[in-house]
Design a protein around this ligand. Structure first.
Ligand code: DGL
Length: 265
């Protein structure tokens, strides 16, 4: 494996840019090749067979381009299982951290909220990851189907965002959670509005840093970490390049990125 190859990053759309931002901070010398499948977002209400077919197209594309590691910057794809996504490729696969250690290290009352896509919630993966570490912790997972379309349209605040957040936060507030995991990579775009809705007694957590740390550890151990040079991100979308690029401006250091549209077919 050539350490000069980029790290591949995939998501259903612009959400994974919230992870790419942290990856660029924690792995400053690495190049990244990002694919956001804006043509077919959101994935969170699709069937497993559909998501698997789309992921296969993205991973085949990255495999042909050449990458040294794949980071799945999407919880909905991650819960399919990283082993099945690795699928014989030469590169290894790091999925989104479930944030279990982070949540258990932060909660005082062991009542943990999870905001995610309906697909991720139905998988039960986050609850399982927490309960493997602490069987007494209670996990309340809330599907938030309205968030991804709002973020993909570049709407991060205002009436429709506040209304959707209030609706999804209500059951978590009623359950008395004191931490909330943002278990969809689109949600950090509306994090200030989510924090405002929950107020001071609730800590909102993003597992992007734990994911980037895991990626860094993997590269170090495999002898693939780049130690010199300024890394660059080649950011690709499968549709609506200008819209996606405008959203990226809210998240990324644009001087370290270039943007293009690709076709996966
Ligand atoms: N950003 C994704 C996640 O972390 C998926 C959103 C979607 O396409 O529904 O789950």
């Amino acid at each position: 494996m050539d350490k000069n190859l980029p790290v591949g990053v995939i998501d259903s759309g612009v959400g994974g840019l919230s992870v790419l931002k942290v990856l660029q901070k924690m792995l400053p010398h690495e190049d990244f090749l990002y694919i956001g499948d804006t043509a077919r977002t959101p994935y969170g209400q699709r069937t497993e067979a559909e998501i698997r077919a789309f992921v296969r197209e993205m991973t085949d594309y990255l495999n042909n381009a050449g990458i040294k590691l794949l980071v799945i910057a999407c919880n909905t794809i991650t819960v399919l299982g990283t082993e099945s996504i690795k699928n014989g490729y030469a590169f290894d696969v790091v999925g989104m951290s479930k944030g279990a250690e982070l949540a258990l290290g932060t909660t005082k009352n062991k009542k943990i909220g999870v905001m995610a896509t309906p697909f991720t919630v139905a998988s039960g993966a986050h609850k399982a990851a927490v309960n493997v570490l602490d069987a007494d912790a209670e996990v309340f997972a809330q599907g938030c189907p309205a968030f991804v379309p709002l973020v993909e349209s570049g709407v991060f605040e205002g009436e429709p965002v506040a209304k959707a957040i209030a609706e999804y936060a209500a059951p978590l507030k009623a359950a008395g959670v004191d931490v909330v995991l943002l278990s969809c990579t689109h949600f950090p775009f509306i994090r200030p509005a989510i924090e405002a809705e929950f107020g001071e007694g609730v800590t909102v957590l993003d597992p992007a840093e734990a994911t980037a740390l895991q990626s860094r550890l993997y590269l170090e151990r495999a002898g693939l970490l780049k130690l010199r040079g300024t890394g660059h991100a080649d950011v690709c979308f499968t549709a609506e390049l200008e819209r996606a690029k405008a959203i990226a401006e809210h998240m990324l250091d644009m001087d370290r990125c270039s943007f293009r549209q690709i076709s996966l077919k």
